[in-house]
Design a binder for this molecule. Sequence first.
Ligand SMILES: *[C@@H]1O[C@H](CO)[C@@H](O)[C@H](O)[C@H]1NC(C)=O
Ligand SMILES: *[C@@H]1O[C@H](CO)[C@@H](O)[C@H](O)[C@H]1NC(C)=O
Ligand SMILES: *[C@@H]1O[C@H](CO)[C@@H](O)[C@H](O)[C@H]1NC(C)=O
Ligand SMILES: *[C@@H]1O[C@H](CO)[C@@H](O)[C@H](O)[C@H]1NC(C)=O
Ligand SMILES: *[C@@H]1O[C@H](CO)[C@@H](O)[C@H](O)[C@H]1NC(C)=O
Ligand SMILES: *[C@@H]1O[C@H](CO)[C@@H](O)[C@H](O)[C@H]1NC(C)=O
Ligand SMILES: *[C@@H]1O[C@H](CO)[C@@H](O)[C@H](O)[C@H]1NC(C)=O
Length: 677
Amino acid sequence: MSVRTMVSRRQAKLLYLLIFTSVSTFSFLILFRDSHKLLPHNIQLISDDAASWMRPAEHISHKRGFLLDTPHCKIPDLDPLDISVMQKIKRRGELLCFQKISITYTEGSVLKLNRTKIEQKLGGDFKYCQYQPIRRGPKNSDFVFVYGGVSNAFDHDILVPPENEFLRVHCYSHSDGKIATNFHAVVTPKEDVEHRSDYLFKQHLKKVAPKETYNVHMIGVDSVSRLHFIRQMQQTRQFLHEELQAFEMSGYNKVADNTFVNIVPMMVGKFVHEMGWNETMSDRPFDEYPFLWKNFSKAGYRTLYAEDAPKMAIFVYAKEGFHTPPADYYNRPLALAMETQRDIWSRDHHCVADRLETTMLLDYVTDFSRVFKKKPHFGFTFITRLTHDSQELAGSADYAYLKFLKRFKDEGHFNNTVLILYSDHGYRFGTMRSSYMGKVEERLPFLYLIFPPSFRNKYPQLVKNLRINSRRLTTPFDIHETLKDILYFDGAARKADISSRGISLFREIPAERTCDHAQILPHWCLCLEQKRLNANSRLAKLIGNAVVDHINAQLMPVSHLCAGLRLHNVSEVVQMESNEKVLRFSDTFHDVINRTVVYGAKTEAPVVYQVTLSTVPGHAMFEATMTYDPSVDTYKLGGDISRINAYSDQSLCVNNSLLKKFCFCLDTGHSPEQTEH
Ligand SMILES: *[C@@H]1O[C@H](CO)[C@@H](O)[C@H](O)[C@H]1NC(C)=O
Ligand SMILES: *[C@@H]1O[C@H](CO)[C@@H](O)[C@H](O)[C@H]1NC(C)=O
Ligand SMILES: *[C@@H]1O[C@H](CO)[C@@H](O)[C@H](O)[C@H]1NC(C)=O
Ligand SMILES: *[C@@H]1O[C@H](CO)[C@@H](O)[C@H](O)[C@H]1NC(C)=O
Ligand SMILES: *[C@@H]1O[C@H](CO)[C@@H](O)[C@H](O)[C@H]1NC(C)=O
Ligand SMILES: *[C@@H]1O[C@H](CO)[C@@H](O)[C@H](O)[C@H]1NC(C)=O
Ligand SMILES: *[C@@H]1O[C@H](CO)[C@@H](O)[C@H](O)[C@H]1NC(C)=O
C-alpha cells in the first residue's frame, strides 16, 4: 500500500513464491500435521493448493481488438491468460479455515453455541464460555483498544447487550481448560444514532426530495486489476454479469500510485495534495476532511467503516487515523484486538478461528444491511490482506466474494442498495510490474457497479449511459461524482462537461475524453499515442502484406471458388504506442512533499497499427488492426478485419458471411456454393 513497506513486502512475496513453488508439498504436510487432531478420520482434507485455470468465456471483447476505442483513447485489449502471465501466476482454490476450533457464532444480537460442533468435535466435553467486550481506547486513538470486564459464564445462547459491539469469546471444557477463542462483531441499533439519523433523514427528504434513497455499499479489494479479476475471480465475475447485471467499467484508470492516494479522490473528490494534507501532518487525524460518507451521515444514513489488516489501514499507515470514529459502526478496535491475539490465526494469517478474515468483514457488511434493511445506510469497506501480498490468493477470494454476493442477493438487499465493488490499483510488486502487461494491470483496477433491478427498469437513460461508460475512460473522481448523484438522486440524465475532472457515471462520458481531461498524469495514462505513418513506406507495405496474408489464410478452404488476393495499395497507417512515461516508469516516492516519479529502462511493448488498404483483384478495401510484438518479431491480427467498401456481386459464390467480405469469385463456371447442398 505504501512505499515504505515495499521492500519488506517484496521480500515477503518472494518468500511466499518460494514456499509455494518449491516446498508446497512440505508446507501442505505441515498444515496437515498441525490440524489432524481437529479432523475426524472420515473427513478428507481438500487440497486448496492449486486450482486449474479456466479460460473466461469472452476475452477478446471488441471488434478491433481495443478495450477502449474512442478517438483519443485507445487501450489494447490484452488476453488475461496471456502465456507470459500464466508462467508467473498461479491460482489458489478455496482457503479453508479448519485449523482452529470455534463453537460460537452470532445471529443478529444473539451469541450462539454450535451444539453440533460441540458434539462432533469435542465429544460433548464443554463447560462454558465467557466474553469480553472490546472498545475503543480512552485516548481517541485509532491505535488503542481496551477489553471490558469478563461476562458471566454461559453455556447456552445469550443476547448480547447493545453496548457491546465487539467481543472476544473464550470457551472452556471440563477436561482441558480453554478450548476455543473467537471474535465477533454484533450490529445493534444505537439509540443516539437512530434518533439523530431519523431526524436528519426526514430533513433530507424534505429539503432534497430525492427520487430514490438507495443504500450504498462500497467494497474495495486491494490490488486486483481488471485482468487479474477476470483470471482469478471468475465465479464472482460470472455472478456479477449473469445474476446481478452489474456494470463493469473496463476503462477504470487509477489516478495515483497506492491505496491512500486513490481513495482520497474517490471519497473527497480531490487529490491528496489538494485537500491540504502532507507528510508533515502524519501525526494529525483525518477527522476534519470532507469525506463523502459524512454527507451521507448528515442526510440520515447510518454509516459503517470497516477495514482488515489494521497496521496497513488506509488512513493509519504512517498516518494518525481518526480521533473521532469516521462512522457509526467502525470495526477498528476489533481489528486491533484480533491482531494482537496470535493464537486465533492460521493459514498465513488469513483465517480468524474458523472464518476467513475477509469473510468476517463481508459478514459485518451483511449484518449491517440486515439490521438496517428498512433504514438508509452507507458502508465503506476496504479489504486488504488476502489480495495484497499474493497474486494467487485472489483465486481464494473468489469463493468468499461469490458467497457474499449470493447471500446479499438472496436476502433481498440488492432491492434497494447500490453496491460498488472495486479495487484501488493492480498488483504493484514483483517482476510483473516491469512487463508491459503488468504496467497495464497496475493502472487498470476492476470496477463494478450494481444497481437494484428496479433502477434498471425505471431509469433506462441512466442505464444506457452506464453501458456506454463501461467502454470509456473513467477514474475514482467519477465515482465521487456518482456517489453525489446517488445522495441527491433525481433520475435525470444530464449532459457531461468534458472539462470537469470527475463526471458522474450517470452521464455519458464524452467519447473525446483524454487523460488530460480526466487529469490522469502521463505515467498513469494507458491511452495509446497515435501517429500517422507514410502510407508508401516499406513498413506500411510490410503491414499491408501481413493483413493480406491473414485474409488469404482465411480464404484457404474456398480457394477453388475465390481468388487469392494481393496488396494493391495502403492508403493509411496509424501507429499507436504507449507513451514513453508509462514504458519507462519504475517507481514513485512520497505522496505529497518531494513527490517524485522515477523512470528507468524502457519496457518492450507491443505497437499497434491501424491500417486501411485495398487488394486486387476486385479493389476491395479493408481496415484492420495489427499488433507488432517485438519479443517474437511478428505481426498479429487484433480483432476482425472490416470490409469498408461494398462487395455487391463479387462474392456471390460463397454463402458464409465471414468469407463473403473477402471473396472475389473466380469465374470458374462453378455453381454457387449454396446450390450444391
Ligand atoms: C455448526 O457446526 C457444524 C459442524 O461443524 C457445521 O456444519 C455448521 O455449519 C455449524 N453451524 C453454524 C451456524 O455455524
Ligand atoms: C504541509 O502542510 C502544512 C499545513 O497545511 C503547511 O503549513 C505546509 O506548508 C505544508 N508543507 C509543504 C512542504 O507543502
Ligand atoms: C458535503 O459536506 C460538506 C461539508 O458540509 C460540504 O461542503 C459539501 O458541499 C457537501 N457535498 C455534497 C455533495 O453534499
Ligand atoms: C425485492 O423486490 C421484489 C420486487 O419489488 C420483491 O418481489 C421481493 O420480495 C423483494 N425481496 C425482498 C427480499 O425484499
Ligand atoms: C488505393 O486503391 C483504392 C482502390 O483501388 C483507390 O480508391 C485509392 O484511391 C487508392 N489510394 C491510394 C492512396 O493510392
Ligand atoms: C524533501 O527533500 C529535501 C531535499 O532533499 C529534504 O531536505 C527534505 O527533508 C525532504 N522532505 C521530506 C518531508 O521528505
Ligand atoms: C444462403 O444465403 C441465402 C441468402 O442469404 C439464404 O436464404 C440461404 O438460406 C443460404 N443457404 C445456406 C445453405 O446457408
